[in-house]
Design a protein around this ligand. Structure first.
Ligand code: AMP
Ligand code: MG
Length: 651
C-alpha cells in the first residue's frame, strides 16, 4: 500500500479501499497498460506533403531521380572548354567567340560549345554539350559584340554541380520512422515526391465529464467552471501525433455518458475522458468502461501525485483512459502515462524532453509511496540554476504559467531535501532564465510596474511565496528583490525592521486596507470601519470572512475585533481576492481586503489603514540592468500614474 491513508489490503472497509481496489505503482501500471496494447501494427496512410508535417514515415523512401537532374551552372557566366583557357593569364587574354544562344534557367541548350567558343549561361542553367567549366561573368570582358576576353585559367568542373551530386537516384532518402519536418519536406519536394506513406495518426476522441463544466466562450453560471481539460488534452494529443476530436463535456449521467463513450469508441482508435474517476456522487465513467470491451480496466488508482485517480483501460484493443479531473493532474498523468502510448501508436519515437540540472532551495515534502511531480520555476543563482517549487495544488492551472518545468520525487522518498541537485524536465526546450526575479508577496500593482519591462523583451518572473518566504529567498540571494508588507508591532513600523544584512529597502506603494461589503447593505453603508464592525457584531446573522494568520490584513482585523469571534472568523483564506469573492458571492457579508480588489469586484469599501508594500532589495544585485529598469519604471511618471489609477498610492 502506498500512502498513509491507504491501509493494508485486507482492510476492505476503508474509504480508499472502496475507491481504488488496488493502487499500482506508476511503473507497474505502465507495464500492464503497454502489455495490453502492444505489439500492434502501425497502420499507414497516404498523405500529401502539405499534410504530412509531424507525421512519421511508414516506409523507406528512395530517390526516384537525380538532384540536380542535369549538370548545372552555379553562377552567372559563360560555359567554356577549360582546355581553351590553359594559357590564359593577366598578360595573355584568351578571346572566345560567343555562341548564338543564352541559357537561362529552364532553357535546354541546343548548340554545343566548340573549342574557341563560349555560351552565356545563368545560375541554374543546364551546362551545354562540350563545355566542362563555367567562368563567372565578373572574370570576363566583352570584346566587341560577339566575343569575350578571359584573363585567367579555369579548372575542369569549375562552378558546375553535376547531376545527382545532391541526391543520387536510388539513394535511400529517408527511413521509415523519420518524423517529417520542413527539412524532410524540402528533400521530398526536390525529388518530385508529392505523396508519402505515413503512420496514420491515431484518432483520439476526447470527452470531458461533469455537470459543472461550461465551454470557454460561454458565460459562467453560478457554481460552474470552465472546461479546461477538454482544451488541454485536445492540444496535447495533437502535439504528440494524434488526431484529436473533442466531443464536448457530458453531464454526470450514466446513460448519456455511456452513449457518448460508445459512439466515440466506434469511430476512434482511443478514448480519453477526464473527471469522474474518483468516487463521488455522479462518478460513473469507470463503471461504464467495464461494459465496453475486453479486458477492460487495467489500472484504477496509480501511485502518482498529482494523479492518483487515473484509470487505464483497454477495450477490444483500444485504449480508454480517464484522466483525473483537476487540470494539473490531468496534464501530468497525460504526459507521463499516456503520451508514451500515444506516440507508439502514432509510430513516433519517444518524446525528446529537454532537461537541466538545478538546485532546490527549499525542502519539498513528498508523500511516501507516490511518484510526485512538482512544478518548478527556474532562476539563475550564483552557482547555477535554482528550481523553485511553484505548485499550488493539483487544482491550480495557473502554476503552469509560472513554471518552466517539473521535477520528480521518486515513490520511495518522503522528501527532497533543501540543497538537492535534481533534474528538471522542461515544458519547452527553449526556456529562457528570467532577467528579473521577484520572490515574495504578490500584488496586482507589481504587474503594472513590470509591464514596460516585459514589453521591452525582458523576462520577468514573480514568484508568490509571501513576505517571509521572500525575505528568506532574498537573504539566500535567490532573487533580485522581495516585495514585503510586514508590520512590526514593537516599533509600529512597516518592513524596515525585518531587513538585515545584505538587504536594503526600496519604498514601493501604499495599499488602502478596509472593510468590504455588498453595496446597498444597510449594516455597513456610510459607516466608519469601527462602526461597521460594531454593526456587524450586533447582528448574529452577519457572517465575516477572515484572513490567514501572519497576513498583514489579519493583524488589522484582530485589532478591530478585539476579543470578539463572530461567525465566519475561522474561515481564513490566504488572499485578498478570496475575501472579495466570498463577500460578492454571499458566502460572507464582510471582510477586509485592499481597495483595488474591492473595487474590481464591485463591492462597497470602507477605508481603514494604509499598508506599506515595499521591496527588500538584495544589495549585491542592485546594479543588474533589469533591476534598474524595474526601479526606473516604478519611479516613472507612467508607472506612478498606472498605480494610482489602480488604487495604490506610490510612496
Ligand atoms: P472529478 O474527478 O470529476 O471529481 O473532478 C475533480 C475536480 O476537477 C473537480 O473540482 C472538477 O470540477 C474538476 N474538473 C473536472 N473536469 C474538469 C475539466 N474538464 N476542466 C476543469 N476542471 C475539471
Ligand atoms: Mg466530475
Amino acid at each position: 500500500m502506498t500512502n498513509a491513508k491507504a491501509p493494508a489490503s485486507n482492510n476492505r472497509e476503508s474509504i480508499d479501499q472502496d475507491q481504488f481496489l488496488t493502487i499500482l505503482s506508476r511503473e507497474e501500471a505502465l507495464v500492464r497498460f503497454e502489455a495490453a496494447l502492444f505489439p500492434r501494427p502501425v497502420p499507414g496512410e497516404q498523405r500529401s506533403l502539405a499534410h504530412a508535417l509531424g507525421c512519421a514515415l511508414s516506409e523507406d523512401i528512395f530517390a526516384p531521380i537525380d538532384v540536380p537532374p542535369f549538370d548545372r551552372s552555379n553562377v552567372d557566366g559563360f560555359a567554356v572548354r577549360s582546355a581553351d583557357l590553359a594559357s590564359a593569364g593577366e598578360a595573355a587574354p584568351v578571346r572566345l567567340i560567343l555562341n548564338d544562344e543564352v541559357i537561362a534557367c529552364g532553357i535546354a541548350p541546343t548548340r554545343p560549345v566548340l573549342s574557341g567558343t563560349a555560351t552565356p549561361i545563368a545560375t541554374g542553367g543546364p551546362v551545354p554539350r562540350g563545355a566542362d567549366a563555367i567562368v563567372m561573368v565578373e572574370h570576363t570582358q566583352p570584346s566587341g559584340s560577339r566575343a569575350i576576353e578571359i584573363r585567367r585559367a579555369a579548372s575542369p568542373g569549375q562552378f558546375i554541380s553535376y547531376a545527382g551530386s545532391d541526391i543520387a537516384r536510388g539513394e535511400a532518402l529517408l527511413r521509415a520512422g523519420t518524423v517529417i519536418g520542413s527539412r524532410e519536406i524540402g528533400m521530398l519536394a526536390a525529388c518530385g515526391i508529392a505523396q508519402i506513406s505515413v503512420a496514420r495518426r491515431p484518432r483520439v476522441a476526447v470527452i470531458s465529464t461533469g455537470d459543472e463544466l461550461v465551454q470557454p466562450g460561454h458565460p459562467l453560471r453560478p457554481a460552474a467552471i470552465y472546461d479546461t481539460n477538454g482544451a488541454i488534452v485536445t492540444a496535447a494529443i495533437n502535439e504528440n501525433g494524434g488526431e484529436a476530436a473533442f466531443l464536448g463535456a457530458i453531464p454526470d449521467d450514466e446513460a448519456a455518458l455511456e452513449a457518448a463513450m460508445r459512439e466515440a469508441l466506434a469511430t476512434s482508435d482511443m478514448l480519453v475522458l477526464s473527471g469522474g474517476t474518483s468516487k463521488g456522487a455522479g462518478d460513473v465513467s469507470h463503471r461504464i468502461i467495464g461494459q465496453l470491451g475486453k479486458p477492460g480496466i487495467i489500472a484504477h488508482g496509480v501511485a502518482l501525485k498529482p494523479g492518483k485517480p487515473l484509470c487505464l483501460a483497454v477495450c477490444d484493443g483500444k485504449p480508454v483512459i480517464i484522466l483525473p479531473g483537476f487540470p494539473t493532474s490531468a496534464m501530468f498523468t497525460f504526459h507521463d502515462m499516456i503520451v508514451p502510448v500515444l506516440r507508439r501508436m502514432a509510430g513516433l519515437p519517444p518524446r525528446p524532453d529537454a532537461k537541466v540540472t538545478a538546485r532546490v532551495p527549499v525542502r519539498i515534502a513528498s508523500e511516501l509511496g507516490r511518484t510526485e511531480f512538482v512544478m518548478v520555476s527556474l532562476v539563475e543563482g550564483t552557482e547555477g540554476l535554482i528550481a523553485y517549487p511553484t505548485g499550488k495544488g493539483s487544482g491550480a492551472i495557473t502554476s503552469f504559467a509560472q513554471a518552466d518545468g517539473f521535477l520528480k520525487i521518486e515513490a520511495l522518498a518522503d522528501q527532497m531535501p533543501a540543497g538537492s541537485q535534481t533534474e528538471v524536465t522542461l515544458f519547452t526546450p527553449h526556456v529562457r532564465v528570467p532577467d528579473l526575479v521577484i520572490v515574495g508577496s504578490h500584488c496586482t500593482g507589481l504587474d503594472l510596474v513590470t509591464a514596460p519591462l516585459a514589453h521591452a523583451g525582458l523576462v520577468v518572473r514573480s514568484i508568490a511565496v509571501g513576505s517571509l518566504g521572500g525575505l528568506a529567498a532574498a537573504r539566500r540571494g535567490e532573487c533580485d528583490f522581495a516585495p514585503i508588507h510586514l508590520f512590526d508591532e514593537k516599533t509600529e513600523t512597516y518592513n524596515t525592521p525585518f531587513l538585515g544584512e545584505g538587504l536594503e529597502l526600496v519604498p514601493g506603494w501604499r495599499r488602502m486596507q478596509g472593510i468590504v461589503f455588498r453595496k446597498g447593505d444597510k449594516r455597513f453603508e456610510g459607516l466608519t470601519a469601527q462602526e461597521a464592525v460594531r454593526s456587524a457584531l450586533s447582528d448574529p446573522a452577519c457572517i465575516m470572512v477572515n484572513r490567514n494568520q501572519g497576513a498583514g490584513t489579519r493583524i488589522l482585523i484582530d485589532r478591530l475585533l478585539g476579543e470578539a469571534r463572530p461567525d465566519g472568523y475561522w474561515n481564513q483564506p490566504r488572499s485578498h481576492n478570496a475575501v472579495a469573492a466570498a463577500v460578492a458571492q454571499h458566502r460572507a457579508d464582510w471582510g477586509m481586503t485592499i481597495a483595488p480588489v474591492a473595487h474590481a469586484s464591485g463591492l462597497g469599501f470602507i477605508p481603514q489603514a494604509e499598508e506599506h508594500y515595499d521591496f527588500a532589495l538584495v544589495t549585491a544585485r542592485k546594479r543588474r540592468p533589469a533591476v534598474q529598469a524595474f526601479f526606473e519604471a516604478l519611479a516613472s511618471e507612467a508607472g506612478r500614474k498606472a498605480l494610482e489609477q489602480a488604487g495604490f498610492r506610490p510612496a
